[in-house]
Design a protein around this ligand. Structure first.
Ligand code: ATP
Length: 582
């Protein structure tokens, strides 16, 4: 068992930071992982992405900039003013501490020691916790060198920007412990089941690729959710699915994966694997009454509900249930119903590779309807007209559209494939499709928008290249309220220059780290010389440029991660589909 120094990891961080090439990042990771222990591989997986654990139980440091400045003042015995001045100049507290400590040697702490201390700091709670956190952090900083301190500070402030995407990480592991593509697919499968890059790194480094391919779902650990592709026209469904489909209402709520353990404990996870159990005590109670088995993992959509009118309410209303306090009051104010539509695990048996038919059968056998637990409505058919009628009825009932699912299809965790297809009512109007895109830059406004951003440059992520490609510039649809909110949300992620993973030919006034996701609609996809989506696939007789969205309109902010947005591949497929029709 090796005892790798944290300094070595800090050096790896530096190499990663210096490169914008995905292949170079993969090489760096492939070279580093075989040199460290399994436990160190696990910790490295978290720290690389600025986390202290998997997304479903990640800890926060709970230290704001001011407190971190104080800790540096304590550890380095310098005046706060001096730190603040240098911070003004550089805009990066990591660089500030590196400068202050440039001639100091560290004690040579190991990766495990530093990680343990960081966990300790994050876990301090209760009265006087801020002071205590400052003292612990000052203590840690005093034991490390400048370069180590730089990365510790950036992790604490959430400004570590190495740009290692999930797929890049898995490619690195595949190269370290296997030969390449096939092994990456096995690792990706394991990641989809465990939602935890750290655990994947641990298992593969300890027991090898074969073992990681045998992972099974664990009740209490969220499975990455299966996603749907879209069609522009319901008729297109038959190109992708033959035979029976389950046509279901697409409810406008929040997707929740519920885990019911043998001991009766229930956890609820959001689409981003956040543990949101505390928000829905009413659902927990309902599930206890409803479930007739020993243990299960199920999925459904939680929707706000108007008791008097007996109808579903919009997603916006449901969002007022997103709170830390006064939960019980809101349980009464905004009642919800949980529409179950899938079952992934039951009584010690993995259902992921069973057909939807079998999964639904088990779901309906082991759960019964209660006041707030029910099943998503569906019809089984192989007839287009029936699907179309169901869509029209579903819209009348207030749903967003329909989900059409291959009735013999398996559950493809973490995959947006063609076994599930969504069709929304917006798709019926012209193109008017919607896209979830990442904000990477902005232009200042003029006139009424002079003090804020007038338009945003948005990009689409490509998990294969780990890069963000600009797709359009959007200004229309931003209300005064949104315009006022934007700088507050975006300015935390301001950068001096274009982010190293962003590809665009457009220039803007301000660049951002790709973090904030917005939903926009648009009316046409064309080729543009300034945007870059699928540029390598579009043959523009030697000219630069890729796909771009015309007539974009801002719809809303989305609580998604940049890696979970409309991908380059999806946009390209859409473009190809539309071109063929015209
Ligand atoms: P969107 O932004 O369109 O909701 P998404 O990226 O969150 O999409 P998709 O898989 O593309 O996820 O679309 C399916 C989403 O629709 C699910 O994530 C879920 O929240 C919601 N939904 C509503 N009703 C159903 C249903 N019956 N079956 C599956 N998903 C449903």
């Amino acid at each position: 068992m090796s005892n790798t120094k944290f300094l070595k990891l800090a050096e790896v961080f530096t190499y990663l930071e210096k490169t914008s090439s995905n292949l170079a990042m993969i090489d760096i990771l492939a070279d580093f992982f075989p040199q460290i222990s399994s436990q160190e591989a696990k910790i490295t997986a978290y720290l690389l992405r600025g986390n202290l654990g998997p997304s479903y139980e990640s800890l926060d440091f709970g230290l704001a900039l001011k407190m971190t400045v104080k800790a540096i003042a304590y550890s380095e015995k310098i005046d706060i003013k001096k730190i603040e001045n240098l911070l003004q100049e550089t805009g990066d507290l990591g660089l500030v501490i590196e400068e202050f400590k440039k001639n100091k040697k560290g004690k040579g702490l190991s990766i495990e020691e530093v990680f343990k201390k960081m966990i300790e700091i994050a876990k301090i709670g209760g009265e006087g916790s801020q002071e205590k956190k400052i003292i612990y952090l000052a203590d840690l900083l005093s034991e490390v060198s400048g370069i180590e301190a730089k990365y510790i500070i950036r992790m604490i402030l959430g400004t570590l920007r190495l740009g290692v995407g999930e797929m890049t990480f898995l490619q690195g592991l595949a190269r370290a412990f296997g030969k390449g593509k096939e092994q990456k697919e096995i690792l990706e499968y394991a990641f989809n089941i465990l939602s935890d890059l750290g655990e994947v790194a641990f298992v593969v480094s300890k027991w090898g690729i074969k073992k990681i391919g045998e992972v099974e779902p664990k009740v209490g650990v969220p499975i990455r959710m299966m996603l749907a592709n879209r069609v522009e026209n319901l008729k297109e469904v038959s190109k992708h699915i033959s035979g029976n489909v389950s046509v279901e209402g697409k409810y406008d709520g929040e997707r929740i994966q519920a885990h019911i353990k043998k001991n009766g404990e229930i956890s609820l996870f959001s689409r981003q694997h956040e543990n949101i159990t505390h928000q829905y005590p009413d659902i927990i109670k309902g599930l206890k009454e409803s479930f007739k088995g020993k243990e299960a993992i199920i999925e459904g959509e939680v929707v706000a509900f108007d008791k008097n009118e007996n109808k579903n309410l919009s997603f916006q209303i449901l969002m007022s249930r997103r709170r830390k306090h006064k939960i019980e009051e809101y349980v009464q104010k905004i009642p919800v119903r949980y529409f179950l539509f899938d079952l992934l695990y039951l009584n010690n048996e993995n259902y992921l590779n069973k057909s939807l038919k079998e999964r639904k059968f088990a779901l309906e056998k082991f759960f019964k309807k209660t006041k707030n637990i029910t099943f998503a409505e569906y019809v089984i058919t192989d007839n287009f007209l029936k699907t179309e009628n169901y869509f029209n009825d579903s819209i009348k009932k207030g749903n967003e559209g329909v989900m059409v699912k291959d009735f013999s299809g398996i559950y493809q965790a973490g995959t947006r494939g063609w076994l599930w297809i969504k069709f929304k009512k917006e798709y019926e109007k012209d193109l008017a499709d919607t896209f979830d895109l990442v904000v990477v830059g902005a232009l200042y406004g003029s006139g009424r928008r002079a003090k804020t951003y007038g338009s945003l440059l948005v990009a689409s992520y490509d998990p294969e290249t780990n890069e963000y490609y600009s797709f359009t510039k959007v200004g229309t649809g931003l209300t005064d309220e949104n315009l006022a909110k934007l700088p507050k949300i975006l300015d935390k992620y301001k950068l001096e220059n274009k982010h190293k993973l962003v590809k665009t030919y457009m220039n803007v006034d301000v660049w951002f780290e790709p973090k904030i996701v917005i939903e926009i609609s648009g009316a046409e996809i064309t080729v543009s010389p300034v945007h870059t989506v699928a540029e390598n696939k579009i043959k523009t007789t030697g000219k630069q440029g890729g796909l771009a969205l015309r007539f974009p309109k801002f719809l809303r902010l989305r609580e998604k991660t940049p890696e979970d947005t409309t991908t380059v591949k999806e946009i390209y497929e859409l473009y190809k589909g539309i071109k063929k029709r015209n």
